[in-house]
Design a protein around this ligand. Structure first.
Ligand code: COA
Length: 189
């Protein structure tokens, strides 16, 4: 796959660029991203390496975008469809938004947009989303983006605090009803 842009109303999903490193490193200092995306010990070199990995879609196992304000170009967050497995027809989705971009519907808007794109363009029937039980904002994103909660995975994943947390597993299937997020998208400014 070749990286491409996906416009989503007030935000643009665009391929990562090396010059995103500084803004990304700044965003990754946020305590919630350090905890729930495990970026706590990431150095500037780690961030540059991570961005280079997300710029390269040639392995076919992920599609990763920088989420930017469509008008100003400001970096708002990240969304990545990863662990793409054409054999099983499934994939996983991960995301973060910078603190200043939160509460405007950005994460749910882009998660929904990536699901819609994936179900139309890839041999994918199921997308999974996992988050720590305590990360209720992420659960709300899953719910708003049309995912169904399937259950609790006990001591499933070690997060940025070094502790293995219980997680909630959600999925969205290709024939699940898509959420109506148009009013949310208008909220994202
Ligand atoms: C989780 C995260 C991506 C949400 O981003 P966002 O752009 O604010 O998401 P949205 O605006 O689409 O939706 C957030 C929802 O969570 C709700 N929310 C926020 N904090 C909450 C909390 N502590 N408890 C319950 N709900 C909460 C918001 O009210 C909103 O719901 P609403 O629209 O019904 O009011 C962002 O907070 C983040 O990056 N957190 C740190 C990293 C992270 O958790 N990444 C995901 C790992 S699985």
């Amino acid at each position: 796959m070749e990286p491409f842009e996906l416009p989503v109303g007030p935000v643009l999903l665009r391929p990562w660029r090396e010059d995103d490193a500084e803004a990304t490193w700044a965003a990754l200092q946020d305590p919630d991203i350090r905890l729930w995306n495990g970026s706590g010990s990431a150095s500037r070199d780690d961030v540059a390496r991570m961005i280079r990995g997300r710029m390269d879609w040639s392995t076919g196992d992920h599609a990763s975008w920088a989420v930017v304000d469509a008008r100003t170009g400001e970096l708002l967050g990240s969304v990545s469809l990863h662990s793409i497995d054409p054999g099983q027809e499934d994939a996983e989705i991960g995301y973060w938004t910078s603190p200043a971009a939160r509460g405007r519907g950005v994460a749910s808007l882009v998660v929904d947009a990536v699901c819609r794109w994936a179900f139309g363009a890839l041999p994918i029937d199921r997308i999974e989303l996992c988050h720590a039980v305590e990360n209720r904002a992420s659960g709300r994103v899953a719910e708003k983006a049309g995912f169904t909660c399937e259950g609790r995975l006990r001591r499933a994943y070690r997060y940025g605090d070094g502790v293995k947390h219980d997680e909630l597993l959600w999925s969205r299937l290709s024939d699940d009803p898509a959420p109506a997020l148009s009013s949310r998208s208008r909220r994202a400014r």
